[in-house]
Design a protein around this ligand. Structure first.
Ligand code: DAH
Length: 313
């Protein structure tokens, strides 16, 4: 029996021998069943034989499995030195990539992302933002009007209004999306992106605004960013400021901002004597262009893979 086990050549054969020995009608099973009338000595011989055979089967099984595995490895191998066809892998577009980075900083500061319609009504794009009809600030942006009086959103500030109307205060949100104006040169496209932040609560000050922008820009550009503040004018903020950031030895205008005008809060049914806060808005493309060294805004929207690849995307 022992020799027979040793000479088995296949797992199937071993399996069959095993059940002939230990199965329901197996020879060893029968011996173990009929030990009742036997002496202690005879019993211990049978028990020892039982243990030895089980051990032999186990060893043989391990051995045969190893042989099978080695045979498999010898035939199924991958030649890692073979040349393969180059694979084109997709990457994120610079706008998507920059939004992921900017969004994750703003979210870590507690801002929630909002989007809104690109075709806006007069109320959300202008009037609620303290820019009523005939207000000269309407001329600050060259708008595309639709025949029904709606407008292609000129600024993501409209999303602030929608957010405040919908969830009220306190609110900490950022809006993101495409905006439209009649302009066209290397740094201005008729369709471009903006990102807008808004934080309204009972104790929000302009210091919070500066700290937020500094944190955001420093994280995004992965260096300590120095900011400069200049007084400015936007109908929806009072005071209004513009921020420049130090870029090499130059100052670059980077965002418009300010404390939200009481009229804007009133237009959203918020009591300006109780709540106040800041808003800021900047060019989404512009941020991406600065970070990834792109010098023309127009190809950003062309979808030309060669241009993307040449610029490291
Ligand atoms: N909407 C302004 C623009 O398009 C940018 C801006 C300025 C947004 C000040 C703001 C803000 O939220 O407070 O030029």
């Amino acid at each position: 029996m022992k020799d027979k086990i040793k000479n088995v050549k296949s797992l199937e054969e071993l399996q069959k021998m095993y059940s002939d020995t230990f199965g329901k009608n197996g020879t060893m099973t029968a011996k173990l069943k009929n030990m009742a009338g036997l002496s202690n000595e005879e019993r211990s011989i049978i028990n020892a034989e039982n243990a030895e055979l089980r051990q032999l089967f186990k060893e043989k099984q391990n051995e045969l499995e190893m042989v099978a595995l080695n045979a498999k490895l010898a035939t199924e191998y991958v030649d890692v030195t073979l040349d393969v066809e180059p694979q084109n892998r997709g990457t994120f577009h610079p706008l998507t990539q920059s939004l992921k980075e900017i969004g994750s900083v703003l979210e870590s500061l507690g801002f929630t992302m909002w989007v809104g319609p690109e075709i806006e009504d007069d109320w959300h794009n202008f009037t609620a933002l303290n820019t009523p009809e005939y207000h000269p600030a309407r001329d600050m942006q060259d708008s595309f009007f639709l025949e029904n009086g709606n407008v292609m959103r000129t600024q993501t500030s409209s999303i602030q209004i929608r957010a405040m109307e919908k969830v009220g205060v306190p609110i900490k949100m950022f809006g993101v999306g495409r905006t439209y104006r009649k302009e066209w040169d290397a740094t201005h496209a008729p369709m471009f992106g903006q990102i807008e932040g808004l934080y309204i609560d009972k104790n929000v000050t302009i210091t919070d605004l500066v700290a937020t922008m500094r944190a955001l820009l420093s994280k995004f550009f992965e260096r300590d960013i120095q900011l400069r503040i200049r007084p400015s004018y936007f109908p929806f903020t009072e005071p209004s400021i513009e921020m420049d950031m130090k870029w090499g030895d130059r100052w670059l205008e980077i965002c418009g901002a300010g404390m939200v005008h009481p009229n804007v809060l009133k237009n959203c049914n918020i009591n300006p004597n109780e709540y106040q806060g800041f808003a800021f808005g900047f060019g989404w493309d512009r941020m991406a262009m600065l970070k990834y060294n792109l010098n023309d805004i127009r190809p950003i929207y062309d979808g030309d893979i060669r241009w993307l690849k040449n610029n490291g995307f």
